[in-house]
Ligand binder design. Sequence first.
Ligand SMILES: [Zn+2]
Length: 145
Amino acid sequence: MTHCELCETLLEKAIWKNRFFYAIDASTDEFPCFIRIVSVKHVAEMSELSESERLYLWRLLETLEEAMRKFLSPDKINYAQFGNFVPHLHWHMIARWRDDAYFPECPWGSKQRTFDPRTTQERRAHTKELLKALPALLDAVELPA
Ligand SMILES: [Zn+2]
């Protein structure tokens, strides 16, 4: 099998996983709640998943969105999917606030302001609570048929 950084490294760092998908905490100081849901399979596009896997993935994303809203009360949640660098379909889920460093730009856009370290610390603390609850919430999503 060819070398794959995601398979070899990131899977070890997963905060939740099963045979279909896994979750990675990609949070930074600028984005204190940034979580990726990644396909275990080497697929690049949504249409390469079966219909039941697509529906399952969508339910995982919705579950994560609801958890972000409950634990962090962000102003917006961004869903992004590119996958130009790695052969693992993945969604970036990012909690956003009007006062964050890039709002209203996307996280890959132009920086708008300097983040407030105190605000980031508080949001990171809420993210840690979310991360504790998340595995059980994602496990509760019904698996694909
Ligand atoms: Zn891989």
